[in-house]
Design a protein around this ligand. Structure first.
Ligand code: NI
Length: 149
């Protein structure tokens, strides 16, 4: 059976501040620049979710788009839209970099999709910043031994 990948785009707006307690105030300023501003700032995040699968012989689709939309809306958009990412429990001890955020989006979504279906999560943070992660669909970063802080 032929396989294909569909990528859907989603959006949320959120505030954050790049800061880590592992660095001094001066080191934080040097490392993160204006993103370390104590008052925070916001982004119009764009999330790309890529799902691979067999092309269904009846629907000729790899998934029901409405089901993916509902899952992403419930798990990602409702959680982060118009929120301060630094106040999210996941980021209590983690910096809200695009890298950490895209890994966490993967972790949230991989558990909601049938095994092996999620192939990539992309995240646009600014005009010039794009992050992506395509870890093993059968595992998440906890299993890969990446520390949560
Ligand atoms: Ni930022």
């Amino acid at each position: 059976m032929s396989q294909a990948t569909i990528t859907r785009r989603y959006r949320f707006c959120a505030a954050h501040r790049l800061h880590t307690d592992q660095l001094s105030a001066e080191e934080n300023r040097t490392t993160f620049g204006k993103c370390n501003n104590p008052n925070g700032h916001g982004h119009n995040y764009v999330v790309f979710v890529s799902v691979r699968g067999d092309i269904d012989p009846i629907t000729h689709q790899v998934l029901e788009v409405s089901q993916l939309d509902a899952a992403v809306e419930q798990i990602v958009v409702r959680r982060f839209d118009h929120q301060d990412l630094n106040r999210d429990p996941e980021f209590a001890a983690q910096t809200t970099t695009g890298e950490n955020l895209v890994l966490f989006l993967w972790e949230l979504l991989v558990d909601q999709l049938p095994s092996g279906r999620l192939v990539k999560v992309g995240l646009i943070e600014t005009r010039d910043n794009y992050f992506e992660y395509s870890g093993s669909a059968e595992s998440n970063r906890r299993e890969e031994g990446v520390s949560h802080g």
